[in-house]
Design a protein around this ligand. Structure first.
Ligand code: BTN
Length: 238
């Protein structure tokens, strides 16, 4: 069931409240606008009318929690593909971002564990996008020419989420949509400690982590990334 509001503080907060009152699997909260939209790492999520702001409650699933962001990302990418967005242009940037043409962010995903399940929120720029001096953003309508209503897209995402994939299927689909391919050179920053590093992408590990090969004293060492901020060291890529 979709609970549609004109304005909320954050769909995450409303969905969490509903989860505590016994919401069902795939119940969703949709808002035209948010006054206090939240991104990852405590950032603000600018929430102007026309874009999609929604949170979905996941309760009945078998996937390990660490694969939930990948499941939601692939479900959104599949829904956008079904609505006419070119799958070659739409990418998932590990771990939780949606990108167009590997360079401009069009959406983000926020997964939060609650007692009875997980509340997954996503914001997708459909008609407008905020401007930042340090990173590129885009909106689906203006760049791809596909006009989508927030509710129509949410319904399509919920249809995708109604079929839970196996880890193997999910891994393959995620890798098809991923900005980062095996062999790509990337750099990362740990947002908690500020530690930085660089290396070459190998694959997704068993928990959905990004496995990277780094050089230590000239020798290759395997390094798993779980929630680091990652960027490409190739030009024109996120
Ligand atoms: C990110 O990229 O930092 C994740 C952004 C998630 C934003 C969505 S909008 C709907 C839901 N409600 C919120 O307050 N945040 C998420």
């Amino acid at each position: 069931m979709i609970h549609h509001f004109e304005m909320v503080t954050s769909t995450q907060e409303v969905m969490k409240e509903q989860a505590s009152l016994g919401a069902r699997h795939l119940d969703a909260v949709l808002a035209d606008e948010q006054s206090a939209g939240r991104g990852r790492m405590g950032r603000e999520w600018v929430s102007e009318s026309g874009n999609l702001f929604a949170s979905v409650f996941l309760r009945d699933f078998s996937l390990p929690l660490t694969w939930i962001p990948h499941w939601v990302g692939v479900s959104i990418a599949r829904a956008l593909y079904r609505k006419g967005v070119d799958p070659l242009r739409l990418k998932l940037k590990w771990p939780n971002d949606l990108y167009l043409d590997r360079s401009a962010k069009v959406g983000g995903i926020l997964c939060e564990k609650v007692d009875s399940g997980v509340v997954v929120g996503f914001g997708i720029n459909l008609t407008s996008h905020p401007l930042f001096s340090d990173r590129e953003t885009a909106a689906i309508d203006s760049v791809v020419g596909v006009e989508l209503g927030p509710r129509e897209l949410l319904e399509s995402i919920l249809r995708e989420l109604s079929v839970e994939p196996t880890i193997e299927t999910l891994r393959k689909e995620y890798e098809q949509f991923s900005v980062y391919r095996s062999g790509d050179s990337i750099a990362w920053t740990d947002p908690m400690s500020g530690t930085q590093g660089s290396g070459k992408v190998l694959s997704l590990g068993e928990h959905g982590e990004l496995l990277v090969e780094v050089r230590e004293s000239g020798l290759p060492v395997l390094r798993p990334l779980f929630s680091e901020e990652v960027r490409s060291l190739s030009s024109n890529q996120a």
